[in-house]
Design a protein around this ligand. Structure first.
Ligand code: FAD
Length: 368
């Protein structure tokens, strides 16, 4: 008897997501969490390990001082700074991790051109007696200084907590997979192609940091701006309480006794190596501010790539390809701007009014 042959039609349903986020730095992770909170299904595609690029390299100063923030960005910077305590608290609760949000403030030794910029910037002039009381270890208590009520956070702890929170909320993450193209069909986005496969979604957000400009169909003019830093083990736990910002160097204390010393601003392409001379120079500058740091051990040095743009403003919004969005180019403020970026972009992607004027941040602004 002839054997009957059966043909099986495997009707596998192709999985799709509401939104694909390209890049798992602090911007991509924060946005994915916000989108999940609003009920969207989200896939993050990350070329390496989430949170290991600029977001890993950052100092974590949450600077919203007008003298250091471009005017067009001040409203968002201030709003994001206000959101931080709740943003950090939520991530801590969801991840069970400590992100070291510090409220002690920053002592600013201004550059000469900024000495007269106190008025209106919530700055208190610090008499030398107060400076000596606040930070006895400083070498010079006579130098003009302001006290700034700004916070700092540990960006590595923050991104680790954000990654844990995305997983807990059911965001899908594909690590070690590079997006090679954003797929467009019938004039709108339909997903992404990677070096391994392709994924489908009607909405895609480019959160690829310094690499954002490498992805067609819109080559955003982002560029890497290198910053070198080092961390020291403080010789005594209470040596430094405030962030110190001086034109030559800044010092960021962490609650576990580390002190971060930064940084440089270099146009060096995608090179992330550190060089001994620069690290030594930063360390010497730190010692000139706090002589006791000559007894501190160098724990680590590193370099990271800030996502720079021609006008130092981020790209936030929809591109000229329907369904394709950008949330990138946060340059030196991406840690600060993560909460407000997530909120604004979740509104924009949902087609809602975000309550902010975004024209200055349009992803189309450099298109011919
Ligand atoms: C030395 C230094 C100090 C800093 N200090 C501060 C500070 O004190 N305060 C502050 O607010 N900000 C600071 N910043 C800036 C801040 O780190 C950045 O603005 C922020 O981390 C940008 O986050 P991001 O998620 O856009 O980028 P990233 O963290 O770089 O993440 C982008 C991700 O996209 C991935 N990716 C890229 N291309 C692809 C692709 N094709 N497919 C898939 N994945 C891809 C990358 O692997 C990366 O993980 C500092 C930066 C540096 C370097």
């Amino acid at each position: 008897m002839a054997r009957r042959r059966f043909t099986f039609f495997y009707n596998a349903k192709v999985k799709t997501w509401d939104v694909i986020v390209i890049g798992g730095g602090i911007i991509g992770l924060s946005l994915a969490i916000e989108l999940r909170k609003r009920g969207a299904t989200v896939l993050i595609v990350e070329r390496g390990e989430p949170g290991r690029e600029a977001s890993h390299a950052a100092g974590g100063m949450l600077v919203d001082w007008a003298a250091e923030t471009p005017a067009a960005l001040q409203e968002l910077a201030m709003a994001s700074a206000r959101m931080y305590p709740e943003f950090a608290r939520e991530l801590q609760v969801e991840s069970g991790m400590f992100v070291d949000l510090r409220e002690q403030g920053a002592i600013v030794f201004p550059a000469p051109e900024h000495v007269h910029q106190r008025a209106g910037f919530k700055l208190e002039n610090l008499p030398s007696a107060s400076l000596a009381e606040l930070e006895p270890a400083l070498a010079d208590h006579m130098r003009p200084a302001f006290l700034l009520k700004e916070r700092s956070v540990d960006p590595r702890a923050l991104t680790t907590a954000a990654l844990a929170a995305t997983k807990r909320r059911g965001v899908d993450i594909s690590s070690g997979e590079e997006v090679t193209a954003v797929k467009v069909g019938n004039g709108k986005v339909c997903g992404v192609t990677t070096n391994k496969t392709s994924y489908q979604a009607p909405k895609v957000v480019n959160c690829a940091g310094a690499w954002s400009g490498q992805l067609a169909p819109h080559n955003f003019p982002t560029r890497p701006v290198k910053g070198q830093m080092l961390s020291l083990v403080s010789p005594s736990p209470s040596l430094l309480k405030h962030v110190i910002r001086a034109p030559e160097v800044y010092l960021i204390p962490r609650s576990d006794g580390r002190i971060l010393v930064g940084t440089t601003t270099e146009e060096a392409g995608f090179d992330k190596t550190t060089d001994v001379a620069t690290i030594q120079r930063l360390w010497r500058a730190a010692i000139s501010l706090i002589p006791e740091l000559r007894n501190a051990k160098i724990l680590e040095d590193w370099a990271g790539l800030r996502p720079g743009t021609p006008d130092a403003l981020p790209f936030l919004g929809e591109t000229s390809t329907p369904g394709y969005y950008a949330a990138t180019g946060h340059f030196r403020d991406g840690i600060l701007l993560a909460p407000i970026t997530a909120r604004i972009m979740a509104d924009v992607i949902a087609g809602k009014n975000c309550g902010y004027e975004l024209e200055a941040f349009s992803p189309r602004r450099f298109q011919p």
